[in-house]
Design a protein around this ligand. Sequence first.
Ligand code: HEC
Length: 96
Amino acid sequence: MTKWILAAGVLMTLNSAQATQDPEAVYNRVCVACHAGQLPSAPKRGDRAAWVPRLAQGMGTLVQHVTQGFKAMPPRGLCMDCSAEDYQAIIVLMSE
Ligand code: HEC
């Protein structure tokens, strides 16, 4: 019994340690619809100045905002199969 619980714990840790999807692909599939300049209020990819104040809120808050929706951004940023780790990887990609 204990062994199974430990094994499950290890698996969960492995799962949450990295993005499950290619951040570039997800960005191009979903986030690009709003984060490439179409919506003036959405911070653009690569627009460092737009991202710095957002990043200052902390990665946890940003991931939470994407997941729950934030102002004009719909919940999950319209990526229904993205994990928190995926969002984190995409945020890094967009803010670089
Ligand atoms: C339908 C349009 C739309 C889509 C699709 C979208 N976003 Fe957004 N996003 C926005 C808008 C608009 C804002 C700015 C909200 C504001 O501050 O007024 C925003 C803001 C953000 C922020 C900053 C939140 C904060 O707390 O400052 C992050 C991070 C973000 N988006 C990530 C993503 C990711 C990752 C995806 C793709 C999975 C995505 N967005 C898809 C419209 C969108």
